[in-house]
Design a protein. Structure first.
Length: 399
């Protein structure tokens, strides 16, 4: 089993050590590079889980200089003087054994183990297992940190690319907003001009009121339409929070189409949606799911160029929801298929894409418990991508 999540890794470590070695307590402390101190990141049965070791502390100095371990029983037997400050740290950690986690000659963390529940001493056989384990943990934790940093970098890159895309959409969105606002303004202007020109002189106050109500209803409808468009754009621009929602696929497709629809109209691309009534919802981060749909639909439009058709089709089978995004675009050449989801791979002209689109889409889909793959492609005829997620199981309350 490979664990690349840092929090899961350190907690799994203390759990396994507590269970397998059968210790009364255990803790993992990791180096905070900024503060130059070691903080407890996972622990079981320690007296003070918030204990911090400075690099200048005696214990840390010893571990960094010797890369050896500290065994409390040995220190007592040899009548080694333990300064009160060090004794306080040992007591707070409930520690019997302290081992450095060394990577490339540098102490990256500290492993603290309490007494064995059996009251047996730690032996050389134990050390022959625990010391290499600590070194292996240092490597694993370093890798987990790198994965976290990579995830942050990917999220930042995705957000930057999204904002760049929103910039290119702004002209279309502006047109979509101006249309309803123009209609609303036109209705009001026509009403006022008709009054000024005396065209309503023969109307009763009640008829004029009804006419005004009718115009106001149209104004509200058109301004609501403009507001909905700006809200969609504003919501899409914000970074996802990683919160799981019950998501209705039909609604999300409509919302994404509200963002990219004008761009498709300009290129004379037809859009078809086939989402059956009663299709199960899915449990995903709503904003991230929108980003997946947005990227795939927009990529499909760019693959077509001008005049063509995009279809989004969804179905449920055996507890999973499948969403196909099909286009009549240029297709993917066979020699490029293996590179499709690689970072920075793109078939677009230089300067027109970073190549992060499909790579990040796959990361987001998998993060939400789903799967994405190329279903079919034919050069000159088009491509179909499939995204699948487990269907959300909603428990019905019994009365």
């Amino acid at each position: 089993m490979t664990v690349v999540n840092l929090d899961k890794l350190v907690n799994l470590t203390v759990d396994k050590l507590t269970d397998v070695v059968k210790t009364s307590a255990s803790a993992v402390l990791l180096l905070n590079e900024e503060k130059q101190e070691f903080d407890v990141v996972a622990s079981r049965n320690v007296r003070d889980p918030k204990v911090t070791l400075l690099r200048s502390d005696g214990i840390v100095t010893f571990l960094e200089q010797t890369h050896g371990y500290l065994l409390k029983k040995e220190l007592i037997e040899r009548r080694v003087y333990i300064p009160p400050a060090i004794q306080e740290i040992i007591d707070k950690l409930n520690a019997e054994l302290i081992i450095p986690m060394v990577l490339h000659t540098e102490v990256k963390g500290i492993l603290s183990l309490g007494k064995k529940k059996s009251d047996e001493d730690y032996t050389q056989d134990d050390m022959s297992i625990l010391l290499p384990l600590a070194r292996t943990l240092a490597i694993a934790i370093s890798n987990a940190k790198l994965f976290e940093e990579l995830g942050i970098a990917q999220a930042e890159a995705a957000q930057k690319e999204k904002m760049a895309v929103i910039g290119t959409l702004s002209a279309g969105i502006n047109h979509e907003i101006c249309n309803p606002l123009g209609i609303a303004r036109g209705q009001c202007e026509a009403f006022l001009l008709n009054i000024k020109d005396g065209l309503y002189n023969d109307k009763s106050p009640e008829e004029l009121l009804d006419k005004a109500k009718d115009i106001m209803a149209k104004v509200i409808k058109e301004t609501d339409r403009a507001t909905a468009i700006t809200k969609k754009l504003s919501s899409f621009a914000k970074p996802a929070k990683g919160e799981v929602d019950i998501v209705n696929i039909d609604k999300e497709v409509d919302d994404v189409l509200g963002l990219v629809g004008y761009e498709l109209k300009l290129e004379k691309i037809e859009f078809e949606k086939q989402v059956p009534m009663g299709l199960p919802n899915i449990l995903v981060d709503r904003k991230q799911f929108q980003e997946v749909l947005f990227n795939l639909i927009r990529n499909a439009g760019q693959a077509i160029g001008e005049k063509g058709r995009i279809a989004v089709m969804a179905k449920e089978r055996r507890g999973r929801v499948f969403i196909d995004i099909k286009d009549t675009g240029s297709g993917v050449p066979e020699d490029k298929l293996k590179e499709l989801f690689n970072p920075f791979f793109t078939t677009k002209e230089p300067g027109k894409g970073t190549g992060l689109g499909l790579f990040i889409v796959r990361q987001v889909v998998e993060k939400n418990g789903g799967r994405i793959y190329l279903k079919e492609t034919k050069v000159g005829e088009g491509t179909t991508f499939t995204v699948e997620f487990p269907a959300a199981i909603v428990q019905e309350s019994r009365v």
